[in-house]
Structures are given as C-alpha cells and as structure tokens.
Design a protein. Structure first.
Length: 229
C-alpha cells in the first residue's frame, strides 16, 4: 500500500498469527528495506487487562514484545466501549506516536477497514499492510510453513462450536473448519495467540487454561508458564 523507505513504523499488534506474519514480512522482505519498526501498539480492555476481542493476558503480550526485542505501547478502552470511545483512545495513541517521529502505522490486516484508514489520515500517518489482499488459504499455509505456532484462543460461537477453541492452528484445524469459514478467520470467526516462530528469540512459555463462554464467543485462557524471557 505504500513505499516505506527509511521511516519509523508503529506496528498494531494483537499477538495473533496475522500480526506475526506481517511483522515477519515487514522485517525480511527486500521491498521494505530501510523500514525500522519502532514499537508495538496493543489495545487492552480496562478491568480485564486482556487484548480487546481476543482475551489474551497482557503479560503474554509483554513476553512477545520482549522476545521480539521491542517496546510495547499500551492503550486501554473501557468495557463495552462504543466505537467513538475506541477511536478516541486510538487517536490519542497515534498522535503520541506521530509526535515521537513515527510516520507509518503497520498492521496484519488483509482487508483494511476504511475506518482505520480514516483514523490514520486524521493523524497524518501512512498505512502499511504487508498482507494486503492476500489469498486466505495461501496465507495461512505460509504461516505454518514459516514455523509459527499458535493457539486458537477465541471463536465466534455462531459459526464454530466449543471444540475449536484451545486448539493448535495446524493442518488438522484447517481441515475441520466448516464450509464457508475463512481459514484466516478474516470475518472474525476465530483469533489466535502466537507462542513461537521466526520473529521470536525463544518460544513463549505458556499453557492452556479454562474455556469460558461470554457474549456468544468461546475464549480459552492462555496462562504464562515457566520463567519469563
């Protein structure tokens, strides 16, 4: 979507497979030579201290950032935040990055929401989406081929049953997906947490916890395990 050049980048980071794959491509693809990812930016829900919409603990995202070797920038939205509240928090974080010298915001989006592009334009940041319009089947196979390992931590209960949450993202999981479900979960069918892969200095020590059903979604808790990196 843009020629990055020698500019500082803030990376929208969810902790999932697409964030990890986009980060890897941004870091290794020659067309992004000169790009310097300055920091990761993650939005959490106040009171839960978990990634909004994914349910992953903040401590695990912090471990990912340490294993990548970057600072983690944190923003919070209130529980059951309205879209205007989310945009207000996002704008505040992006303006702060703009003032620090960042000129580009990157993400793992495959199909970028117009709303996000409008926010970036308001701040004066350029969007960079290394996975833009990638074909879902090819993209998820590439993620597995690169050696990324991820747990499925959240599924939409209206399209996937409880048996899909808490599983490894692997060929068996992909084969079990019902017809019509995007293999990348691009319609919100599922979300993941990456605990190992080529962008990390070492795996994230973690284990699976309990599964809860909340507001139509199944969440599997991922618990930090062992010494921090």
């Amino acid at each position: 979507m843009t020629s990055v050049g020698d500019k500082q980048v803030v990376f929208y980071w969810s902790g999932g497979k697409d964030s990890a794959a986009a980060f890897h491509r941004l870091s290794t693809d020659p067309c992004y030579d000169g790009c310097r990812i300055a920091s990761l930016l993650t939005t959490f829900t106040d009171g839960y201290d978990r990634v909004t919409g994914h349910g992953v603990r903040r401590s695990l995202i912090e471990q990912q950032a340490r294993c990548i070797g970057l600072d983690l920038l944190v923003s919070y939205i209130p529980r059951q935040a309205s879209m205007s509240q989310y945009e207000e928090v996002t704008l505040e974080a992006l303006h702060g990055q703009k003032r620090s010298g960042v000129s580009i915001a990157a993400s793992g989006d495959i199909f970028v929401e117009k709303q996000r592009l409008a926010l970036l334009k308001t701040v004066g940041l350029t969007a960079c989406c290394p996975l833009w319009e990638r074909q879902s089947h090819k993209h998820v196979e590439e993620i597995l081929d690169l050696g990324f390992k991820a747990y499925v931590v959240c599924v939409d209960g209206t399209v996937l049953d409880r048996s899909f949450v808490g599983r490894l993202l692997d060929e068996e999981f992909l084969q079990d997906l019902p017809t019509g479900v995007d293999p990348c979960g691009e319609n919100g069918e599922f979300h993941t947490f990456v605990f190992d892969g080529p962008i990390f200095r070492q795996p994230i020590p973690c284990r699976l916890g309990e599964v809860v059903h909340r507001e139509g979604f199944y969440f599997c808790d991922v618990i930090p395990d062992g010494p921090e990196p």
